[in-house]
Design a protein. Sequence first.
Length: 370
Amino acid sequence: MNTIPLLDLKAEYHVIQDAVRSAIDNVLESGQFILGEAVEQFERNFANYLGIRHAIGVGSGLDALRLALEAAGVRPGDNVIIPANTYIATALAVSAIGAQPVLVDCREDTYQIEPELIQPAITHRTKAIIPVHLHGQAADMASIMAIAEAHGLDVIEDAAQAHGARFSGTPCGTFGRAGCFSFYPSKNLGAYGDGGMVVTNDDELADRVRQLRNYGQRVKNEHIWKGMNSRLDALQAAVLGVKLRLLDRCNEQRAAHAARYSKTLAGQGLGVPVLDPRSTHIFHVYVLRTSNRDELRAHLSAQSIQTGIHYPIPIHMQTAYLDLGHKQGAFPVAERTSREILSLPMFPDLTDAQIDRVADAIIAFSRARH
């Protein structure tokens, strides 16, 4: 029995290999491997895609968040509000600049940060909010932006899973003072290595991120900030330039696959993704919810169907963040969902036959349990 992978990057490469090889050859011929025209061109194209003034390529999604926070003026001792059920990189970016991550629980239906819990978490030390557009769907940016404006807080969007997603017609990553993207290979817009991007309409913030990513220098050998080395690789920018042209089509394919999953699995007593009508959903991952998650995962594995868990351990229960002082039960929704969510195979080249085979295996499991 052929394995159905959680993600199939080989299939994607086979479709675009000629264009990718040509783009890489152009970089090799140019001899510009650090920044240069390939990076600048991709930055322009990505900014145009989002309808925003500045896009600054950096080394990773984590670096994008860290640099955006620092450029926005977040300092050691400041508080930054983040969801409890995000990937740890969101918290690590806050910690990296000496600030304190303040966790807020998520919604039961969409798993996005719960806006009603943000306001009670705000203190005089709060400097910023990082909403995470989880799984490929937007957080409630109308409520979050209203709260931020009322309290004079910066919003730094974590759009690492939301390339091309929109909230009320506006692209994710363009609401706040800055938006941050990851180009990790598994993302909807993924490189063939690490990479990230900070996007903003703030000219001053953009200039500072450009300087901070390149050793803090304004011009060569003139260093005005204690910066870092975090520059998007030119070869990765060339690959991303090819894939950006296909992003909307690939997102549409993912959405169609998700609709087929949800329609087939309806009525089985399982939690299929809940769609916020204000947001598009690009299905970075397709997350099913069941109280029998581990048993279902083992059943699917026995059927040669790969699955994932995004994410099995909430931040406050990670050893690295026990110093926040939260006990089990502090964020009940995040904790409960972490025990019940399961990511099914999802990628543009997934076939209807593969989707049906996954769904049939899940239905057989569900019926055997009842």
